[in-house]
Design a protein around this ligand. Structure first.
Ligand code: GSH
Length: 232
């Protein structure tokens, strides 16, 4: 764990390198709110978070945000809370509109539906590459191959096709305006681009990724949080 600066502001982000907490830095930059970062490095072998994070929250997962005496966990909930309480809801659509429904849907979909097959792909890819006795290799390869072809890959293809179709209807996930739902959706889509087949076959998703990466607040968050290539 590295304290990047002495906490001076009300909002402190417990930020694990190359993780979902990059989204929180990006949100805070979009809202132009002051914040401090406590940076945690991953274990280079397991890629897990260091045990210090468990002192902040029992699950020891990032992102975690401490503000006004509260500890906030779960990226979608953190994004909603920060946007509502400290950003006057400026990155969410007006309540009661179709955009607001879509906004809530994508905020939940990102972690609830898009991430599980991506996480499975990451885990099975790691199993395929893991060191093991030579006689176990073909068995492991068979299991990984079966899981990939019968479940994981078809799921990923279905989700990518679904998201591509949604962005064919509108510029941003909730509607014609950029919202915090786009921030929440960035992690699964960057993960899909890095390791799950999001490529030129999905032109709208590729264009959307280009647009978010060009946002000045996204760039500022990168500078403060470090490289963001998404890991689990
Ligand atoms: N659904 C949670 C997932 C949190 C999570 O799994 N975070 C990852 C970082 S991307 C983590 O802390 N991984 C390290 C570990 O599990 O030790 C959220 O969106 O906040």
């Amino acid at each position: 764990m590295y304290v990047m600066n002495t906490p001076t502001t009300a909002i402190v982000v417990h930020h694990l390198e190359q993780s979902r907490s990059q989204r929180i830095l990006w949100l805070l930059e979009e809202l132009d709110l002051p914040y401090d970062i406590v940076l945690y490095r991953r274990n280079p072998e397991t890629m897990l978070a260091p045990p210090e994070l468990k002192k902040i929250h029992p699950l020891g997962k990032s992102p975690l945000v401490c503000v006004d005496g509260m500890t906030l966990a779960e990226s979608g909930a953190i994004i909603e809370t920060l946007n509502e309480r400290y950003g006057n809801g400026q990155l969410s659509p007006a309540p009661g509109t179709p955009e607001a429904l879509r906004y809530r849907y994508w905020l939940h979909y990102a972690e609830g539906s898009a991430m599980p097959p991506l996480l499975l792909k990451l885990v099975f890819d790691r199993i395929a590459k893991a060191r093991m006795p030579f006689f176990a290799k073909p068995i492991a390869k068979g299991i990984v191959g079966k899981a990939m072809s019968s479940f994981i890959q078809p799921q990923l293809t279905t989700h990518l096709g679904f998201m591509e179709g949604e962005l064919a209807e509108r510029d941003w996930f909730a509607g014609s305006e950029f919202t915090a739902a786009d921030i929440q959706m960035s992690f699964p889509l960057e993960a899909a681009q890095a390791r799950a087949g999001l490529d030129a076959r999905y032109p709208r998703l590729t264009e959307w990724l280009k647009s978010i990466h060009a946002r000045p607040a996204y760039q500022r968050a990168l500078k403060r949080g470090g490289p963001s290539a998404p890991l689990s």
